[in-house]
Write a protein that binds this ligand. Sequence first.
Ligand SMILES: C[S@@+](CC[C@H](N)C(=O)[O-])C[C@H]1O[C@@H](n2cnc3c(N)ncnc32)[C@H](O)[C@@H]1O
Length: 253
Amino acid sequence: MSEYNAYSVYYDLLWGDKQEDVPFYLDMARETGSPVCELACGTGRVVLPLARAGFEVTGIDMSQAMLDKLQAKLDREPREVQARVALRCADMRDYRFSQKFNLVFCAFNSFLHLLTTEDQLACLASVREYLADDGRLALNVFAPLYDRLANKNETLVRTEPDPETGRDLVVTNITQRDPANQTMDAFQCVDRIGDDGVVRRYPARFTLCWIHNREMHLLLRLAGYEVAAVYGGYDRKPYDYVSGVQLFVARKA
Ligand SMILES: C[S@@+](CC[C@H](N)C(=O)[O-])C[C@H]1O[C@@H](n2cnc3c(N)ncnc32)[C@H](O)[C@@H]1O
């Protein structure tokens, strides 16, 4: 079962209004044209703006619960927007499409859910099959900042406004890093005060890896791509490591 099924309950409360990367993917889609495929599309944070802007988008995700949230939002969209979106519950490591896409992208660090080199290469090989010959692959993976990685265990507690009630949500993140394997377990829970005054806790756990810059170059090269650009921000500024953003754009070699 996908670890995101539990997360789906509150994913949009935390991330639904994250906007910073959306103009970048819209611009990429304008450059390549439809059809577009988002790997690990989740609840449609990027799929929906793309479809509203007129692009044909296929979203794949291995969590049916995340896709159900996206489908519920899609059902409230005009018919022409609905008609531009296709959803597949699938694992991006081995999915095969018969159609080709001009743009395939994986936003918001989702590629880092592939924890082994074998899984990462399997995904890149699979995408290569359905990427158009002159298409583009865009991958966002955070830049592993050494001072943060030095903390094996990290607990962060923050509050955020609950977009539905206006009261604060309490978000607790407990991260345990395993530097030998370049992975981290993230335990997250959200405490939410209901109208009845009762605090409800929504827990979830997931595992991510981190990928260094040269490692990503090697993965792409091994999988038959060449790197077209590496950005350090969604405004396409050059990669400089310190921004914490690594945004790779690749094409078939
Ligand atoms: C951080 S969320 C990102 C969702 C969305 N792309 C966004 O930017 O809001 C990560 C998503 O990756 C999905 N995921 C993780 N591993 C996957 C895999 N092997 N194949 C497909 N989806 C996967 C999860 O189900 C989850 O929806």
